[in-house]
Design a protein around this ligand. Structure first.
Ligand SMILES: [Ca+2]
Length: 407
């Protein structure tokens, strides 16, 4: 009998030649082999048969699984788009609208409203961006092809269980290519473990119920060890010449020990005393902003296993409480753009006759190519980098064009 591994290998090789059609046969064979394990995981035969009968693989998700980003996004680009004035204003409006539910979730799970809202804002832009790929298609494809099949099979079976036991229609279960879905962007297995019904309709619905989404996020953080009353951490200033060899989120020491070394909060407030311990986080090295982060930062980190991601949530939560932008500058002469500035850059490119598609604030391949061409035209280095330098250059040419028009 041909093993699943062999099917996967042949499937992978075939996709290099001609995607969907060539993958159909090994996919069908793979699905029939997954039926037994699915039933063992609690999926009924009827559920499995009904929801796999018409599945066809989407080989694009395998490309996304293996995609190496064109270049690593610098932390200042990442933070500029994830924590911009727009997301702060939208978050404060969302907190006002859902205040009663947030307060109730805070009381029940011990996670403050601004932290819950910050996760919501970073994960799905407060429920506005949920992803559009059908989970059954993506996860069945990832279960049969590619390099993390065992993991994705668990998520595929969990998706079938959600449809079967939670009565969420299959066509409502759309999300990222990897299967994160809903306003919390939970993976299906995380949903099964941690989602809660908070609006009292008897269903755990992270797609269409904001109260369920907010409370499920709070439940996640509580289970990840969130300690209410403890700050996630602080932006701090290091004394000149400080040895930062002991930096690192996990390398925690008492706050008093950092204070003894001369580390201070940038806002002038004293570091907390007591036995609070914290690690020194230097996301862009010694020359950029510095942070002391507590165990609560680790709880945020567990949501998506990236320090930049946890920092975006942490900083957004401070902004939602009325705090200001980071005090220390990132070590770059070309800072990142907010989403409003990204849209402006795209509109300026469109005005110059370049095709970037819709000015949606997403910097994809088309925007980068258009920007490279515009940079060439302006005699700038054509690196396609959508930063403050490119925006200023485009603004200047647009202003001088307008000036000529008026003259
Ligand atoms: Ca509900």
């Amino acid at each position: 009998m041909k093993s699943l591994f062999a099917y996967a290998l042949s499937g992978l090789a075939l996709t290099l030649l001609a995607p969907a059609a060539q993958a159909a046969e090994p996919f069908a064979a793979c699905l029939s082999q997954l039926r037994g394990p699915a039933l063992k995981a609690g999926v009924s035969g009827a559920t499995f048969d009904t929801h796999t009968a018409k599945l066809t693989p989407d080989m694009a998700v395998i490309d996304l699984l293996d995609a190496q980003p064109e270049f690593k996004t610098p932390i200042w680009d990442y933070m500029a788009a994830l924590v911009d004035d727009e997301r702060v204003a939208d978050g404060q409006a969302g907190m006002a609208r859902w205040r009663a539910d947030l307060n109730r979730a805070a009381a029940q799970y011990g996670v403050d409203p601004a932290t819950i809202a910050a996760v919501w804002g970073v994960e799905s832009n407060y429920g506005r961006i949920l992803g559009g790929r059908p989970l059954l298609t993506s996860l069945s494809t990832l279960s049969c092809f590619g390099r993390r099949q065992a993991y994705f099979r668990g998520e595929f079976f969990a998706t079938l269980k959600i449809i079967q036991d939670e009565h969420i229609a299959a066509d409502r279960l759309v999300g990222s290519w990897a299967g994160a879905f809903g306003q919390t962007q939970f993976m299906p297995s995380t949903y099964l473990r941690l989602a809660v019904d908070f609006d009292g309709d008897g269903r755990r619905d992270l797609v269409d119920s904001v109260p369920d989404a907010l409370a499920s996020t709070a439940n996640f953080l509580k289970r990840a060890g969130w300690n209410n009353g403890l700050a996630w951490g602080y932006e701090v200033k290091l004394p000149a010449g400080m040895d930062t060899a002991g930096a690192g989120r996990k390398n925690k020491r008492p706050m008093s020990s950092w204070a003894t070394q001369g580390v201070t909060r940038v806002d002038g407030q004293p570091l907390p005393g007591g036995d609070t311990s914290a690690g020194l986080l230097l996301p862009a090295g010694k020359a950029g902003p510095a942070f002391l982060v507590t165990r609560n930062f680790d709880a945020l980190y567990s949501y998506n296993a990236a320090e930049s991601y946890a920092l975006a949530i942490a900083h957004l939560s401070d902004r939602l409480r009325g705090g200001g932008p980071l005090v220390q500058a990132w070590p770059t002469d070309d800072p990142g753009l907010s989403r409003a500035e990204r849209r402006e850059l795209q509109r300026l490119l469109i005005a110059k006759g370049y095709d970037v598609g819709e000015p949606d604030g997403m910097i994809g391949a088309r925007t980068r190519q258009a920007l490279q061409a515009a940079q060439k035209e302006l005699g700038l280095t054509p690196d396609g980098r959508a930063g403050q330098k490119a925006l200023k250059a485009l603004r200047a040419t647009s202003a001088s064009a307008a000036g000529r028009g008026a003259g």
